[in-house]
Design a protein around this ligand. Structure first.
Ligand code: HPA
Length: 278
């Protein structure tokens, strides 16, 4: 299989989805590790397993259901990904961004991305929600950019601007809604690493020094892909564990999944509130 993706591949995936649903989603929502339950209350909905969609990257890890839920969310037509693929699973970065390109061809204009992340900011506690106001794309700086390969002009230009990866209006709206709901989310910078190993204490001290608040292994590829086509993006990190800056604690996938249970209602309230007011 070519590592580049083509418009034909994307449109084959769009055609397959259209054979299961007539809905025309305007909002895309990507649910990260342990956060998939947010889609359970969407009904009526058309549900499509990723395995039925050509070229679509499958999620191979626990905590990712691997299906699309297409239905109305707070009165708005939405396409929800219950789980995503990551670079560390063996997918090229353009393939990690593939689902977003399918959404774009289907007419999605706003992308909401969520993830589970480690809190690098020492003030953060497990169970905190962080609204992402910027990211450090260490993974892309290292050469792994989702736009690697021939530019597909139908989406955007060769050298896309990245001065506002996260939409200021959506961020303000999210803060307003959180306040109304009595929630006090954090706001900060997310970094995407390749994974799958968690960070060493020195890695974490480095990340802290360069201005990272939360660390994870996702989201940035999808955000860069979305911004290439000028989608408006809202990003939320669910802090699942405190980063281990002094090497005194151990990070596990189980604690990441466990934190999801506390995080889902908070993130659900903020996301639904924002979508309702779009
Ligand atoms: N590091 C990287 N990715 C993560 C973490 C972490 O501590 N927690 C959840 N995803």
């Amino acid at each position: 299989m070519s590592e580049f993706i083509t418009l034909e591949m994307i449109d084959e995936a769009v055609a397959a989805i259209h054979s299961y649903t007539q809905r025309k989603p305007k909002i895309g929502l990507i649910l990260g590790t342990g956060l998939g339950d947010m889609a359970e209350s969407v009904s009526p909905a058309d549900i499509i397993h990723y395995s039925k969609i050509p070229h679509w990257p499958q999620s191979t890890i626990q905590g990712h259901k691997g299906r699309l839920v297409i239905g109305d969310l707070e009165g708005q037509p939405a396409l929800i990904m219950q789980g995503r693929a990551h670079y560390y699973e063996g997918y090229s970065m353009p393939i990690v961004g593939f689902p977003v390109r399918v959404m774009i061809r289907m007419g999605v204009k706003v992308l909401v991305v969520t993830n589970a992340a480690g809190g690098v900011n020492p003030d953060y506690e497990p169970g905190d929600v962080m609204l992402i106001n910027d990211h450090i794309s260490l993974i892309a700086m290292g050469g792994l950019n989702p736009l690697w390969g021939p530019n597909i002009d139908e989406f955007g230009e060769r050298f896309p601007d990245m001065s506002q990866p996260y939409d200021q209006e959506l961020l303000s709206l999210a803060k307003e809604i959180a306040k109304e709901k009595g929630l006090s989310p954090r706001e900060g910078v997310y970094v995407c690493l390749a994974g799958p190993s968690f960070e060493s204490p020195a890695d974490l001290r480095f990340l802290h020094t360069i201005g990272v608040d939360a660390v994870g292994m996702s989201t940035v590829p999808e955000v860069i892909t979305a911004r290439h086509a000028k989608l408006r993006v809202l990003g939320l990190s669910g802090i699942s564990n405190k980063a281990n800056l002094d090497g005194s604690t151990v990070t596990t996938h189980e604690e990441v999944l466990e934190a999801g249970k506390i995080l889902v209602p908070k993130m659900d309230a903020i996301i639904r509130g924002v979508i309702r007011r779009l």
